[in-house]
Structure formats: structure tokens, C-alpha cells
Ligand binder design. Sequence first.
Ligand code: MG
Length: 467
Amino acid sequence: MKKLILFTLLIQCLSVFGQYNDRPNFVVVFCDDLGYGDIGAFGSPMIRTPNIDQMAAEGQKWTQFYVGDPVCTPSRAALLTGRYPIRSGMTSSERHVLFPDSANGLKQEEVTIAEVLKAEGYATAAVGKWHLGHLPEFLPQEQGFDSYFGIPYSNDMNNNGFFGEYSKNADDPNYFSEIDYFDVPLIENTTTIERPTDQTTITKRYTERAVQFIEKNKEKPFFLYLAHSMPHIPLFTSKAFKGRSKASLYVDVIEEVDWSVGQIIDALKVNNLDKNTIVVFTSDNGPWLLFKTHGGSAGPFRAGKGTTFEGGQRVPTVFWGPGIVKSGVINEMGSTLDLMNTFAALSGGKVPDDRKMDGYDLSKVLTQKADSPRKEFYYWAFAELHGYRTEQYKVHIKQRDPINYGQPTITLDKPELYDVRADISEKYDLADNFPEVVQTLLDKMEVHLKDVEGSTPDQLAERLPKE
Ligand code: MG
């Protein structure tokens, strides 16, 4: 009996030891249009997100984490490539994002996180919204992912004019649309398996796929990119969550996303992977305020999606990884642009050195709570440089309408300067008080504009010929 106990202990020690020595797994949970203020841990007074809150309590909650662009397609390109989307041509002044009639997507010569990790022997899966090109040559398997399951673009596309109907009903917090008004395909690898997608079960089905992938790859390092279609409008939930919050459909939707996060964490624990996995939870841009009760909240920040105000680009972000990530609140800058360098550092992978990159390695912040190496951020939108932040100061030279970002860009008569540490709502323009600071920041923008000269041309503007 004693021998058996000793033997069991030895095996347990070895498996724990093994966990610590293996290269870590990475899971990125990327929501769509989720606002900074839509998570309990980030101050939502009414949305219950116990699983994400638990991640934040055990891991690192980042309060100044930026997406590389305030709309879907460019933001995804930024996360996966570690480059401002202007460099890859994945931002455009003509079309905001890719559409079902778009002719292009993320060019194959771009190097994604999945490709970097695949080269190190990682299993890779993309589950959810892609939005980097729906034609076969642009789908996830062409960008380093072993498999794909999801809606290849926004869940409101192919809507036959119903988009207008949806916005008319956006005052009704429980307005629940018909699934077939949005004729979006569900794709498995490269094959359409359902059309229109039954979006009422989409969060549930993405979650099931994610859990299956974790179970299947528990013996080898893996990278799971789970990009939820929710809470981008049209909002849908499964039956179990419809009306559950007794607040609104938007709240129901976030509660289902939180349930999904809980399923992922449980799967990691059940398979003894929790000590050797980093889960990142974040959003692709701020809330879509035009859709009123169907859009989220940017919390204390000004404006939302599509703008370069903090509400458009600062997103609620948690890094969880007991055994790797040192718990705490990080009140320093980070960005989705940094995931490439960070994952490469933690896995032994190689960041491309044959092109200009925009990321920083945050691994020492995660493991030791070192100071963040990111000290600056350029605010790009619709292929135009709107602003720049270093330390507490942020300068704007261009802006978009805070609610309806689809309006043309506004070029300011004179630059505005905000102290985004003290004045997080960007209310008090300090430009007249600190002209020398304004000039220093403008000079940095000039240098950056020179640095992106000769980038890949616009990949979003071209349309497929009409059938
Ligand atoms: Mg989005």
C-alpha cells in the first residue's frame, strides 16, 4: 500500500513538473464590439460575468489595453500579425471592413501568430468570426490554422436591407431578430455547412468546438483563437440564456459569453492544463453605440467603436494563467499588437525579422509584473493616423463622430491634447496649456507616417465583379 501511495505521488509530481516545463498553450477569446464597461470586473453594475471576474481576480486585469484599430477587420489583422493594419493594407478610407463582395483579404505573405506557433509544433485552431477574407485563399487554413469553424465575416452581413429595420428597433432592449434575415454562412475549414447560420446557437457551438479542440490536443502545445461573433449586432442567444438576465438581450448575450469562458476554463482544469495555459480575454473594438440598447457601454470612456477616442480602442483585457501569470492589476499600456511578440517569447517562437513590426514583448509583465515595455500607441482608423499617446498625453488631429462613426473623418482645426491618465473621459483639452507637449507628439506622428510609407496598398476597397 505504501509503495502504491509513493508511486502515485511520484507520478503526480512528474505530471506537475511536466506542466511547468512544457511550452505554454495559448487561448485568445476575442469578443466582437464588447465595450470596456460591459464586464463586472471592469465596472459593469448590472452584467453578471462571474467567470471573467474570476479570471481577472486570479490573473492580470489590464486597464490600458488597446486594439490596433477601432473596427473589426483591421483590428483582427493587427492582433494576428503584430502590425498596425496600415502596413498590411487591411485598413481603408474607402470601405471600413471586408464585405461578402470583397475581392481580397489578409495577404498570404503576412505572418500570423498561428504561423509562428505552428512552426514551433503547436496545434492551431480558429473558431468564430474571421473577417480577414472569405474567399478560399484568405481563410484561416491559409494563415497557419489547422482548422476553422465559424462565420467568416460580420454576423449582420447579407442582410437584404434589414440592417435598417434592426436599427429602427434598437430602442427595444429585447428585440430579437429572425435568423434568416442575416444570410451568413457557417464554414467548416473551407466548406459552407449551414446557411443562414442559426445564430441563436452560435456562441454555444463555438464553445463546444473550442472545448473539443482543447481535449483533442491536451498532449501537445496548442493555440486556440476563439473569436466570438457576439455581441456584434444582430444579438442572439441560445434558449437557456434568452431572458435570463431579466435586463436586456445584450446582457443575456454577455452572460452567455461569460458562460462560454467558464466552459473553456473548466476544460483546461479537467484536462490538467490550467497551470500551463495562458488565456487572454479581450474585445476587437469598443461598443457600437449607434445600436443603442443593443450596443454595449464604454464605461468611463468617450465614444465607442469606429472612433480613436479611448471608448473605441481601450478594451477590457484579462490575462489568466495560474502558474505563469502573476496576479494583479496592470495600469500600464499594452495592445493586441503585442500578443505576437509575447507568445513568441513564451514559446521560443520567432517573430518575423524581415518586415516592420509594431509589437512589444509583454512576457515579463505577465510572469514578473515588470514595467510594461509599451510606452506609446498610434491611433489609426480608416487608413488615417488620428492621434498618438505617450505616457499620459494623447494628441488628436482627426476624429470621427462619437456615435455614428460612419460619417466622414473630421480634421480638427487645431490639435487637441488630453491627459488620459487623469482625464480618462477625454473631456479637458490641454493643448493651449502645453504647446510644447503637443509639438513633441506631432513630431512623433510625422516620423511614424514616414515609417509606414510604401506599405501594402489597400486590400479592402476592391469588390468582386457582379454576377
Ligand atoms: Mg467589432
